[in-house]
Design a protein around this ligand. Structure first.
Ligand SMILES: [Zn+2]
Length: 369
């Protein structure tokens, strides 16, 4: 079985908008209530691990008794709030994420619902959702008939647009491909990556221009008096630019990952821990903005669909300091040196040299030397 998600714009009626707002609110309410109660339970039993293990955590059913208005919305949305909180705690305990946070009214609003006994249906420019009935959808691409809808996530962006992400499941057994064409990618802060053939994945110019425009708009916002009309107007503008940039980046990442997945049988990358990396190097937001995580996710499933491979190599492998020609390690190479020079006479662009090493390491893992 394989999964694929499809994202479309939704056009709810005013009445549906009201129910959606209510659903977002209820989901947030239940999530925060459950979190609050969990925190209390942890406080109470923090010195008694056994008692903590025995203790039952709150469920949405309990709140429905205390707050009957929760029954007016899709109950699956509440069940998913519980699952999401559970996931947040699992991530926290495994060290992958910080302690779960309360959901704020200002954050992106969304909820997820599941397919149960045909409660969701797509037909003629509309989608049927639990409690909402038929809601207008702009379906710009078809979902193949052998794809079964598993769940839907409905989101309202900060600029007031509605989207639905439809997760589907389908029977898929790709035939593993013989590995002939292999490419190595070296992560690059400015251009996403440099490949082992020396090519850079440059972000399009309009994207970089939009980033500059956003920076300007943010400066204007910081000068406005907080809460004033002009501040609200500017804030909306900033939110719109953010959305536009996020969409442009996503389009670009889809494009480059598609090209790579079609062209190569295997792609080799370094297994970077972006969270650790951004903290260690004080790059802050920019590493996340660079979209490496999203890119590798796209690449992974686009390759897998075709029976191809994404190879991740150890992040401690000294890819930039090793000569890709003779294997000598140049320990004194500093970050500012853009050219790699080796005693053997080999000279190459620093990132290209790293990408060749990454490719070589991947070939080793594949058993092709
Ligand atoms: Zn050398």
């Amino acid at each position: 079985m394989a999964n694929k998600a499809y994202k479309f714009r939704l056009y709810p009626t005013q009445e549906q908008e009201q129910l959606l707002a209510k659903t977002f609110g209820c989901v947030r309410f239940v999530y925060n209530k459950m979190l609050e109660e969990r925190i209390q339970i942890y406080e109470k039993f923090k010195d008694d691990k056994e008692a903590l293990k025995q203790h039952k955590f709150p469920t949405p059913a309990k709140y429905k008794r205390d707050f009957p208005w929760l029954k007016e919305i899709d109950s699956l949305a509440l069940a998913n709030a519980q699952l999401n909180l559970q996931k947040a705690f699992t991530n926290f305990f495994s060290g992958r994420a910080g302690f779960p946070k309360f959901k704020s009214r200002k954050a992106k609003q969304s909820y997820t619902t599941n397919m149960v006994n045909g409660n969701m249906k797509l037909a003629d420019g509309s989608i049927k959702l639990p409690k909402l009935k038929w809601i207008k959808i702009k379906q710009h691409r078809d979902i193949p008939p052998h794809h079964m809808i598993k769940s839907c996530t409905i989101t309202k962006t900060k600029t007031g647009k509605y989207f639905i992400s439809i997760l589907t499941e389908y029977e898929h057994q790709p035939v593993p491909k013989d590995v002939k064409n292999v490419v190595g990618l070296d992560f690059s802060m400015n251009t996403l990556y440099v490949d082992s053939e020396g090519k850079r994945a440059n972000y399009p110019r309009f994207y970089r221009q939009a980033l500059e425009k956003l920076a300007r708009a943010q400066r204007v916002l910081s000068r406005r008096r907080k809460g004033s009309n002009r501040w609200h107007k500017q804030r909306r503008k900033v939110a719109q630019l953010h959305e536009k940039i996020a969409n442009q980046r996503q389009d670009f990442l889809h494009q480059v990952s598609r090209q790579l997945a079609n062209r190569y049988d295997a792609v080799v990358i370094e297994d970077l821990n972006m969270k650790g990396m951004s903290q260690a190097l004080h790059f802050g937001q920019s590493v996340h903005d660079n979209g490496w995580g999203m890119f590798t996710f796209f690449l992974q499933y686009k390759l897998a669909e075709q029976g191809k491979k994404l190879i991740k190599i150890d992040k401690w492998f000294p890819s930039s300091k090793t000569c890709s020609c003779c294997g000598r390690v140049n320990v004194s190479l500093s970050l500012s040196e853009r050219l790699f020079r080796c005693a053997c006479g080999f000279v190459a662009d620093r990132d290209t040299n790293a990408a060749i090493n990454i490719k070589k390491e991947g070939l080793k893992q594949l058993g092709i030397a």
